[in-house]
Ligand binder design. Structure first.
Ligand code: SF4
Ligand code: SF4
Length: 311
């Protein structure tokens, strides 16, 4: 596919940093196919953003009641070209864990981005529902910081189960809330799973970059492209389920491929693309490595999904 001559510099820059043109086209094509967009438009807009240093979408990443697991998922991607495209196409202005700046310098970066507005706000972790005092950052209430940062944001992306629906903190005394509840009236894209899948985040940001709007969402605010299939319908143990072969003894080699329903698997009521996409660059996912699905892509995670495992 021909890439405009005006993008040649941008692609050469990526190539110099170890991202071959072929990989660039592959990643853009995958994002286009996932969302049913024109490949031409995605390649064009992403290449343009790589070259347009001054107009990269500013991104602010806040952390509330979280474990930083989504940050680890994001930063620990095993597929550097994907990350490279992301970091070349956005301007990550503020991220408490990853930014080199600290203290006043970090606060100044945050303040400048908030005052400028027009940013993408990524939120990791929940906001306390029981009492705002459970979560403070630099002496300020997290809810106050969140509302301030969300005010000028063009879109809010909730990464992980906690920011989406409250997650594990919702099961604690803090009664953590997701962004839909914490920021009524804002457009929130929920990317649940615990932690966020880096490809879900990259794809959502590339969609935003290519079209200026979030991808189509389901009734729970999740991109349809990632969360419309039932784990149970795509599970390789489904044959065993149909044959009534349910694992009862972890130590019996005969049962190693049997259905995990009686061991607590939540696959029959969890919508996510884990069986097809898998994790860690397509290496494996929960059920294929012998653990039942915990339902981490659903609003009921963690409380309603407990116990996560049985037997
Ligand atoms: S292991 Fe879980 S998802 Fe797979 S067939 Fe059994 S119940 Fe369904
Ligand atoms: S298989 Fe289930 S528990 Fe595992 S990541 Fe996917 S939705 Fe979460």
């Amino acid at each position: 596919m021909p890439v405009k001559r005006t993008h040649a510099k941008a692609l050469a820059r990526l190539e110099a940093r170890g991202l071959p043109r072929r990989d660039f086209l592959k990643i853009c094509t995958a994002a286009a196919a996932t969302f049913g967009l024109s490949r031409l438009i995605v390649v064009d807009r992403v290449a343009w953003a790589v070259g347009a240093a001054a107009s990269k979408p500013p991104v602010l990443w806040l952390e509330g009641q979280d474990c930083a697991g989504c940050t680890v998922s994001f930063a620990g991607s095993l597929h550097p070209p994907t990350m490279q495209i992301l970091l070349e196409t956005i301007s990550l202005r503020y991220h408490e864990t990853l930014m080199a700046a600290a203290g006043r310098q970090a606060e100044a970066a945050y303040r400048a981005a908030v005052e400028q507005g027009g940013h993408v706000l990524v939120v990791e972790g929940s906001v306390p529902g029981a009492d705002d005092r459970f979560c403070r950052i630099g002496g300020r209430l997290f809810r106050e910081i969140l509302e301030e940062a969300a005010a000028g944001a063009v879109v809010v992306i909730a990464v992980g189960a906690c920011a989406s629906y409250g997650g594990i903190p919702n099961a604690t005394v803090t009664r953590g809330l997701g962004m839909d509840q914490a920021l009524p009236g804002k457009t929130v894209v929920n990317l649940p799973t615990c932690p966020v899948h880096v490809e879900h985040l990259v794809g959502t940001l590339l969609h935003f970059l290519a079209t200026g709007k979030p991808p189509a969402l389901d009734s729970l605010g999740r991109p349809v492209a990632y969360f419309s299939t039932l784990i149970h319908d795509n599970c390789r143990r489904r044959g065993a389920f149909e044959n009534g072969q349910f694992l009862t003894d972890w130590n019996d080699p005969k049962q190693k491929d049997w259905c995990l329903l009686h061991r607590g698997c939540k696959g029959p009521y969890t919508f996510a693309d884990c069986p097809a996409r898998k994790w860690d660059d397509g290496i494996n996912f929960c059920i294929d490595c012998g653990a039942g699905c915990m339902g981490c892509a659903e609003p009921g995670f963690y409380d309603e999904m407990s116990p996560l495992f049985e037997g």
